[in-house]
Design a protein around this ligand. Sequence first.
Ligand code: ATP
Ligand code: MG
Length: 316
Amino acid sequence: LASWRLATVTLNGTLDRVLVASGLSLGEICSVDTVITQAGGKGLNVARTARALGADVVATGLVAGQCGHWICACLNKAGIPNRFIHLAQGESRISTIIVDPVSEQITVINDLGPQVQADSWPELCRALVKTVKGYPWVALGGSSLPGLPDTVYAELCRDIQAQGQRVCLDTRGEWLHQALIAHTHPYLLKCNQFEAAQMLGRSIDTPDDARQAIRQWLDLGLDRIVVTLGSQGAVAAEQGQTCFVQAPQVKSLCPIGSGDAMMAGMIASLERGDPLSVATQFGVAVGAANTLALGPGHCDLGIISELISRTHIQSP
Ligand SMILES: Nc1ncnc2c1ncn2[C@@H]1O[C@H](COP(=O)(O)OP(=O)(O)OP(=O)(O)O)[C@@H](O)[C@H]1O
Ligand SMILES: [Mg+2]
């Protein structure tokens, strides 16, 4: 795989603890079969998959406290180059992901992240924008920290694209809304069906629902949009051309981070010069591969071509 360059920004750097707990029952003691401890948060999941796909990555963002040091130690151990800003106060959050293979249920418990003073944002923003400078692709996304303004991603997108870089954004709620109404739009916007539904105030269950959502956003002036539909696949649009890529049927173990793995796959494909439809097909396959491994952002790349062969691009 040819080398390509990507920076990722994770405002809410997280320590993920993935526990496999068979037959978990609330209110009872349960021993775990397997534990994975790794750095998490959307940007870090994207970085993990992108590195496996041959990217020269740098992961930046915000961390705090002892947990912040633990997150960076995990990144160093995994060989993911990182340049995080350590906040003076608070503790980065731990996210506990409990996979129960018996009930096939997955439970996620998120700690609170560190509280930040809103007036520290302009300086943090400048530092992050400077850190990612020189990387043609920048993936932004996930949640932000309590205390920061809702415009964090809109501002990062504006300032990073002003440096001539391409921003790929994956966020939700008010952070997404602010990015949608901002003057500078990301090169690629990606969200899942629930995030799109929350934004538009109606449910998005089918590829047609996703197409309608995308049309509404194209009218705001966005260039490239992808709405993912979990095991169904994803709908994408570029220059008014929409397509649906049906996902291959797999026996999903843990789908958490599939959107992030997909983002890494899509950027790898766009970097090769592929059109958005082909990038979406590749991303769908990488997202499906992520469901087969335990930790978010882990994919067995050996099965990607077989997964791709089981997808197809449908243009209306
Ligand atoms: N159960 C599944 N079977 C096959 N493919 C899947 C499955 N779940 C996810 N995928 C693939 O991964 C892509 C992204 O998944 P999904 O829509 O769940 O993203 P997401 O909710 O943003 O995930 P996350 O935010 O946890 O990273 C889908 O478009 C699909 O191609
Ligand atoms: Mg997602």
